[in-house]
Design a protein around this ligand. Structure first.
Ligand SMILES: NC(=O)c1ccc[n+]([C@@H]2O[C@H](COP(=O)([O-])OP(=O)(O)OC[C@H]3O[C@@H](n4cnc5c(N)ncnc54)[C@H](OP(=O)(O)O)[C@@H]3O)[C@@H](O)[C@H]2O)c1
Length: 343
């Protein structure tokens, strides 16, 4: 149960840019951050408030997650702001769920719906959470802008033939460095895209789970999803805040395009065309859902302030995760996201 005055007591696992943003949001809302963990390095031993850029100490020091004692934690939820792949986050889940008995809300892209990505690890996480009577969920910017927008777009339909999402994400907005953008070979020659195996990489293909999740949420039985990932290249210079010269030359890899198709037993098809790349001047991040059926519906979502948005989507899910049933509970099984502006 939440602590004093119903305020969720939060543990942060991973004090990178988004872990720090969660610390700032929690402090604004007066939700206590009771512990924070990171890998070994200069962040260990620093006060969470100072590290997160606040002008005061919170009295909570960042601990090394390899040596810390998780069994003594008294909290309601552990937010995992660490890595994208389930396999890279399993130690965090084992420590927070198995060791501390906490609900877990993870920011990694595979955690929105683990079974889409790794059925064996999904089963392990689900069993672990159920054994401790706690919830595991994943949230971030997809929650409102991709998942719930798709569910809402289909809401008025009395018949559905197909659903499709086209989207443009600013690969730069949610990254803190050129190095981080190179996970999609951004700024590198196109050959590096293929040498790095990004066309086969699980993170780029993770976008395929979006139509799959929405179809499952709409009550359809998914048969399979196929996807392709290709580099995006411009024939003009584009400005970038991470580029050493302030812009990237034409001909380099500027991001990825993923296209996917999901089939269902009921014959309804879900498709996606997702661009995650450097955006050109004048472009904005946007998601566009179209549902073919009766009636046909369209929903256009613009994403502004997307670095704040991804942390805030997750932050606002904290009360839902604490209240949810045990096991893996994807956000599409919860209510639409609710704001915390009056908290
Ligand atoms: N769900 C979504 O929609 C969404 C949106 C945006 C981002 N994300 C994901 O959220 C996660 C956190 O993002 P961020 O920008 O805050 O990341 P970050 O600042 O690079 O790092 C987050 C944490 O992971 C650690 N870390 C980074 N690289 C590591 C490695 N190779 N091995 C071990 N530990 C490593 C960092 O340790 P140090 O501090 O010591 O470096 C830090 O504790 C990422 O996986 C990112 O892709 C999800």
């Amino acid at each position: 149960m939440p602590g004093q005055e119903g305020k969720p007591r939060i543990v942060i696992y991973g004090m990178g840019q988004f872990g720090q943003l969660i610390a700032r949001l929690a402090t604004e809302k007066d939700w206590p951050v009771v512990a924070a963990f990171n890998r070994a390095g200069p962040k260990i031993g620093q006060d969470v408030g100072r590290l997160a850029g606040l002008d005061r100490d919170l009295g909570v020091v960042v601990q090394d997650f390899e040596t810390a004692d998780f069994s003594a934690l008294d909290a309601d939820v552990g937010v995992v702001m660490h890595r994208d792949l389930l396999k890279d986050n399993m130690d965090a889940y084992r420590r927070l769920i198995g060791g501390a008995g906490l609900n877990v809300l993870c920011h990694g892209v595979q955690s929105y719906y683990p079974a889409c990505h790794d059925k064996a690890l999904a089963a392990e996480i689900d069993a672990l959470a159920k054994s401790k009577s706690v919830t595991f969920s994943g949230s971030g910017i997809w929650d409102m802008s991709r998942i719930w927008s798709g569910i809402l777009a289909a809401g008025p339909c009395t018949e559905i033939d197909s659903i499709h999402i086209t989207s443009l994400s600013d690969a730069e907005a949610q990254t803190h460095s050129l190095e981080q953008m190179k996970q999609f070979a951004i700024s590198e020659p196109v050959e590096r895209f293929y040498e790095k195996g990004i066309d086969k990489g699980v993170i780029a293909h993770a976008f395929k789970s979006v139509p799959e999740m929405v179809l499952i949420a709409l009550g359809y039985d998914v048969i399979e999803t196929t996807s392709v990932v290709e580099p995006v290249v411009f024939d003009e210079q584009v400005p970038s805040r991470h580029a050493p010269e302030g812009f990237f030359e034409p001909g380099l890899c500027m991001g990825i395009q993923m296209r996917s198709k999901t089939t269902t037993r009921q014959g309804v098809i879900g498709t996606a065309t997702v661009d995650s790349r450097i955006i050109k001047p004048g472009e904005i991040e946007a998601m566009y859902w179209s549902v073919e059926g009766k009636p046909r519906t369209r929903l256009h979502v613009e994403r502004l302030d997307s670095a704040h948005a991804t942390a805030a989507n997750l932050f606002n899910r904290i009360p839902d995760v604490i209240a949810a049933r045990p096991g893996i509970v994807p956000v599409f099984e919860m209510a639409p996201l609710r704001h915390t502006s009056r908290v």
